[in-house]
Design a binder for this molecule. Structure first.
Ligand code: NAD
Ligand code: IPM
Ligand code: MN
Length: 340
């Protein structure tokens, strides 16, 4: 049952399989009885190619006012040179993350049957507004033999601390509270020092949480060979991006991995999207796995306090034991709806 409120949700289907999986997720949410009033925004590669439009200030402000934003995926096909790298990723997705102060990227994983991490549950809490994504740097003497490209990593005490505190809160709610900082403190000594000190300081407030540390390269081994060691992984923006795809692969495939871009202070809308991208290689074929988008919608429902509907859909996803490839997007969606 819905909590009787109608939630105003902005929907950005985007590119490739984005609109397909978003439509499937909306269908499931509505079938669970949640009342949504949706407004679609045509943004992404196609819109950019057609109108030269990415995201203006007025649209950003409009999006801020919704109860939530659902996004499919944005980005051109790999090798499509009509759109310079970063125009959409920076101009749309990162603009939303930075502009709406979505400083947490929460990515929960659950190893499906037959996956390397079968039965394991863990989450990545990725800092979402700083690190190398902040855009510090530039190119000097571009196109000359003397050119210089720098790309800095921004790590503020404020930004690191609010992310680490959120990760501890998440870890504290686990049956076996464990938090692992993943970084590269043996080489990135400045940023690593700040992250380590902040983790040690905040840990004092959470004595029930066991704290661990992995270098990011070793974390890639453990995620494959020993994923049960993790509860919550807290890490910076770039490591979190890379580890998410690896975590998706070991828990059953990127088509299952969900994410919530959160503004926990709720000064504006939060954004919910699958971890995967536009997957142009399978767009339009009906083969895209909608479960990542559906699970992202579950995170949205939790955020909107639609706890019962969220649990019902999450259970239907967890109990899903069909063949995604054989069923395709529509078949998986119908299967879920039939078991709500
Ligand atoms: P991708 O995630 O789109 O695809 C990687 C591989 O995973 C492909 O083989 C694809 O077929 C497969 N895959 C992805 N989602 C799937 C699903 N739901 N079901 C089944 N298979 C799935 O990554 P990419 O190819 O590196 O990126 C393509 C475009 O998407 C790029 O423009 C990139 O910038 C963009 N991108 C956007 C987001 C986002 O909007 N959040 C995230 C990642 C990449
Ligand atoms: C993700 C994506 C984005 C990121 C890209 C599309 C900007 O890969 O959400 O994981 O790097 O954060
Ligand atoms: Mn990514």
């Amino acid at each position: 049952m819905s909590n009787e409120r109608t939630h105003r949700v902005a929907v950005i289907g985007g590119d490739g399989i984005g609109p397909e999986v978003t439509a499937a997720a909306l269908e499931v949410v509505r079938a669970a009885g949640v009342a949504l009033s949706t407004t679609s925004y045509e943004l992404g590669a196609e819109r950019y190619l057609k109108d030269g439009f990415v995201l203006d200030d007025a649209t950003l402000e409009e999006l801020r006012g919704f109860d939530a934003i659902m996004l499919g995926a944005v980005g051109p096909a790999i090798g499509d040179t009509r759109i310079p790298g970063g125009v959409l990723e920076r101009g749309l997705l990162l603009r939303l993350r930075f502009g709406l102060d979505l400083y947490i990227n929460y990515r929960p994983f659950r190893g499906v049957a037959g996956s390397l991490a079968e039965g394991c549950e863990f989450a990545i809490v990725r800092e979402n507004t700083e690190g190398p994504y902040a855009g510090e740097g530039g190119i000097l003497r571009r196109g000359t033999p003397q050119e210089v490209a720098t790309q800095g990593s921004v790590n503020t005490r404020f930004g690191v601390e609010r992310c680490v505190r959120y990760a501890f809160e998440r870890a504290a709610s686990l049956a076996s509270p464990t938090l692992t900082l993943v970084h590269k403190t043996n080489v990135l000594t400045f940023a690593g020092d700040l992250w380590s000190r902040v983790v040690n300081e905040v840990a004092v407030e959470f004595p029930e949480v066991a704290v661990d540390y992995n270098h990011v390269d070793a974390a890639c081994i453990y995620l494959v060979e020993n994923p049960q060691r993790y509860g919550v992984i807290v890490t910076d923006n770039l490591f979190g991006d890379i580890l998410s795809d690896l975590a998706g692969a070991v828990t059953g495939g990127i088509g299952f991995a969900a994410s919530a871009n959160l503004n926990p202070a709720r000064t504006g809308a939060s954004l919910f999207e699958p971890v995967h991208g536009a997957a142009h290689d399978i767009a339009g074929s009906g083969k895209a796995n909608p479960l990542a988008a559906v699970s992202s919608a579950v995170l949205m429902l939790e955020h909107l306090d639609e706890v019962e509907a969220a649990q019902r859909i999450a259970r239907a996803v967890a109990d899903f034991d069909g063949d995604v490839t054989a069923l395709g997007t529509d078949g998986v969606t119908k299967n879920l709806i039939g078991r709500l």
